[in-house]
Design a protein around this ligand. Structure first.
Ligand SMILES: Nc1ncnc2c1ncn2[C@@H]1O[C@H](COP(=O)(O)OP(=O)(O)OP(=O)(O)O)[C@@H](O)[C@H]1O
Length: 257
C-alpha cells in the first residue's frame, strides 16, 4: 500500500511583493520519484526552498511523515531526513572530495557508519573515489554535480529534493547521472522530488509528474501518461531546442492518471 511521505497543501511563498508560489499542492509517496516540470521562473526552486525551510511560506502546509514542518529551521528539517541538493552544484571548492563528503554527514557522529556511507557513495560514483584527494573546485561540472548528490547521500536522506541536476551538463553526462539516480531509487529506496527543465530525462526517471506555471500546478499525472499528453509533447518535449518550453498557458488544471 502506498504511504505519503511528503504533502504540500495550498502553499504560498513570496519574495517581498513577488508571489512566487500561488497555492501549490502535491504529494510524494514513499519510494517514488516525483518530478516538477516548468519553464524558467515557474517557481520550482522556490517550492524546494520552502519545503526545505530556506524560505518560510506565507500560507499553506508542508507535511512530512504526518507532521507539519512549514516554517521550521532548515537544520531541523535536514535532521528529519529531507535533504536538498540545490541548483548550481554547491560544493566547498577548497576542500577535497573526501572532506566535502565528511562535511556532508554533519548531522551524524558514528565515524564507522560515515566511512561505510562514503564507500557507498564511491560505489555509485567511482570517479569521486579516483579524485578523493582533489579539491572540489577543480572537478569538472559533472563531477561537482556528482559530489553534490554524494554529499546529500551522506545525510541518509528519507527524501532528496534535487534542483535541476541536469543543468549545464552534456547529454551523455545527464544520462549517466540519471542512471545513477535510478539505481539510488531502486536499490537504496531513496524517495526523490526532482525539479527539472529537461522533461524527457525527468519523466523517464519519474513515477509521477507535476507541471508548474507562474507559481501554480497546472497539470499532474503519472509520468507515463504525462509523456503521452499532447501539451507535454508540444511544450516540454517536442520544441525543447526552440526554447518554446512552457510558453503555453493552461486554462485549467489537467489530471492524467
Ligand atoms: N531572490 C529572489 N528575489 C526576488 N524574486 C525572486 C527571487 N528568486 C526567485 N524570484 C522570482 O520568483 C519566481 C520563481 O522563481 P524560481 O527560481 O522559483 O523559478 P524556477 O521555476 O526554479 O526557475 P528556473 O528554472 O529558471 O530556475 C520568479 O518570478 C523569480 O523571478
Amino acid at each position: 500500500m502506498s504511504e505519503t511521505v511528503l504533502e504540500v497543501k495550498n502553499l504560498e511563498s513570496f519574495y517581498g511583493p513577488i508571489m512566487a508560489i500561488r497555492g501549490a499542492s502535491l504529494k510524494v509517496e514513499k519510494g517514488q520519484v516525483v518530478t516538477v516540470l516548468g519553464a524558467n521562473g515557474a517557481g520550482k526552486s522556490t517550492l524546494l526552498k520552502t519545503i526545505s525551510g530556506i524560505m518560510d511560506p506565507e500560507k499553506g502546509q508542508v507535511i512530512f511523515e504526518g507532521e507539519e514542518i512549514q516554517g521550521k529551521e532548515p537544520h531541523s528539517i535536514v535532521r528529519r531526513g529531507i535533504v536538498h541538493v540545490p541548483e548550481g552544484r554547491e560544493v566547498f571548492p577548497l576542500l577535497t572530495v573526501d572532506e566535502n563528503l565528511s562535511l556532508g554527514a554533519y548531522t551524524r557522529n558514528d565515524k564507522a557508519e560515515i566511512e561505510k556511507d562514503r564507500e557507498m557513495v564511491f560505489d555509485y560514483f567511482p570517479i569521486l573515489k579516483e579524485r578523493r584527494g582533489q579539491e572540489a573546485g577543480t572537478l569538472s561540472g559533472g563531477q561537482q554535480q556528482m559530489l553534490a548528490i554524494g554529499r546529500g547521500l551522506m545525510l541518509r536522506p528519507k527524501i532528496m529534493l534535487l534542483d535541476e541536476p541536469s543543468l549545464g551538463l552534456s547529454p551523455l553526462l545527464v544520462q549517466e547521472i540519471f542512471a545513477i539516480l535510478k539505481r539510488l531509487n531502486e536499490d537504496e529506496g531513496v524517495t526523490m522530488m526532482l525539479v527539472e527543465q529537461n522533461a524527457k530525462v525527468a519523466l523517464e526517471l519519474a513515477d509521477m509528474g507535476y507541471v508548474m506555471e507562474i507559481g501554480r500546478i497546472v497539470m499532474d499525472g503519472s509520468a507515463d501518461r504525462l509523456m503521452e499528453s499532447e501539451d507535454i509533447k508540444a511544450f516540454y518535449l517536442g520544441h525543447q531546442e526552440e526554447g518554446a518550453r512552457g510558453e503555453r498557458r493552461w486554462k485549467r488544471k489537467k489530471t492524467w492518471r
